[in-house]
Write a protein that binds this ligand. Structure first.
Ligand SMILES: Cc1cc2nc3c(=O)[nH]c(=O)nc-3n(C[C@H](O)[C@H](O)[C@H](O)COP(=O)(O)OP(=O)(O)OC[C@H]3O[C@@H](n4cnc5c(N)ncnc54)[C@H](O)[C@@H]3O)c2cc1C
Length: 330
């Protein structure tokens, strides 16, 4: 494709079609997309994101419904080496949430996940920024990666894992630090996702959980460290899969409340490791919005990496999905 044509296309967007829809958790789905024609295909890199435009039917405070085109950004969750694109879309705002200021629903994900099905077409725009998230990994500048993910944030790690599967570069390694509140939740609609390890009648709450455990068995250069911040009981590490570790509580905190050198403990040489961080603002850098609208700054993975482990800013990267609201459901 000529530069001019590709420039025009990237501004107009591309039309892709949903060919698979997989329920990951009670509030997240992974969509597999293929271009509607070969001219709609585009080049992409590890860590890039697309913006989706979708016509959604959403409720208002008066009980009516309104249809609007709504846009949101989504990280590409599949490797550029594959023919398709995968996107995992997790609802943060619950279905039916009405913005008190406008009297209208202003969420995207809950309605997209309800209304979009296999065969539907969607418009995508690729974010054109050159120094995007994980671009140093994509360019081969960084090869030892410690990826820090909040409950919604592992999408680009999945993209990187698929890339590792396909490229088999022996120098490229990944430790995924993945933080979730709980492994399972009570969800009567989610019986199909029942996790046989845990309590019956509960459904899985961790995106890609089983996939990550399986891939850790196969991929030597990949380890995953799950932490559960609100779980009393956690699974134990299986002797036949030592590349999967389970821990309790926040990263960088020991059970007695003293600081933990989490990166050094699980990932070896801190100086050479590159640390991409992805999720809500609270997870990345401790910034949250209070119910009265005030912004409060605390500490997130970024500050902990610098203060506890001495990691240099050039050895970090971040992708913020949203500004975290205190009192919201995560
Ligand atoms: C570069 C980039 C890449 C992204 N990639 C992905 C991705 O791959 N997958 C993905 O799922 N998301 C991704 N996101 C976020 C995505 O764009 C949506 O924000 C997300 O899917 C949540 O959508 P939503 O419609 O539920 O909420 P939105 O309308 O987008 O609002 C999110 C906001 O709602 C707040 N909120 C949460 N719960 C409540 C509540 N109970 N009441 C009020 N407010 C609440 C959150 O704190 C947050 O500030 C990405 C964002 C960016 C910027």
């Amino acid at each position: 494709m000529s530069n001019e044509l590709s420039e025009r296309k990237s501004q107009e967007g591309y039309e892709w079609q949903i060919t698979e829809k997989l329920k990951e958790t009670h509030d997240a789905f992974t969509y597999t997309l293929l271009p509607v024609t070969s001219s709609q295909r585009f080049e992409l890199c590890i860590g890039q994101f697309v913006t989706i435009s979708a016509l959604l039917k959403r409720p208002t405070a008066s009980g009516d419904f309104e249809e609007n085109v709504v846009n949101r950004a989504f990280s590409i969750a599949s490797s550029p080496t594959r023919d398709y694109i995968e996107l995992t879309i997790k609802a943060e705002k619950p279905y039916g949430y009405i913005n008190p200021a406008t009297g209208k629903a202003d969420a995207f994900a809950a309605y997209f996940n309800e209304q979009f099905k296999i065969g539907d077409k969607i418009r995508l725009k690729l974010n054109p920024t050159k120094e995007h998230f994980l671009s140093k990994v994509g360019a081969g500048i960084e090869k030892k990666v410690a990826y820090w993910s909040g409950a919604n944030g592992a999408q680009s790690a999945r993209c990187l894992i698929q890339h590792m599967e396909d490229k088999k570069d022996p120098e490229l390694s990944l430790v995924l630090f993945y933080s979730n509140s709980k492994l399972s939740i009570n969800d009567t609609n989610g019986k199909d996702l029942k996790n046989d390890w845990y309590h019956p009648n509960e459904s899985l709450n961790v995106i890609y959980y089983n996939w990550l455990i399986d891939i850790a068995k196969k991929l030597e250069n990949f380890k995953v460290i799950f932490t559960f911040t609100r779980e009393q009981d956690i699974p134990s590490t299986s002797p036949d899969n030592l590349r999967v570790t389970f821990r309790k509580g926040r990263f960088f905190l020991n059970p007695d409340g003293s600081p933990e050198r989490t990166l050094s403990k699980y990932s070896g040489n801190v100086e050479t490791v590159f640390n991409p961080i992805c999720g809500g603002s609270g997870f990345i850098n401790g910034i949250v919005r209070l119910p009265n609208g005030k912004i409060v700054k605390g500490k997130g993975i970024m500050q902990n990496l610098m203060e506890i482990e001495g990691v240099k800013p050039q050895k970090m990267d971040k992708e913020q999905y949203y500004l975290q609201q205190v009192g919201a459901n995560h």
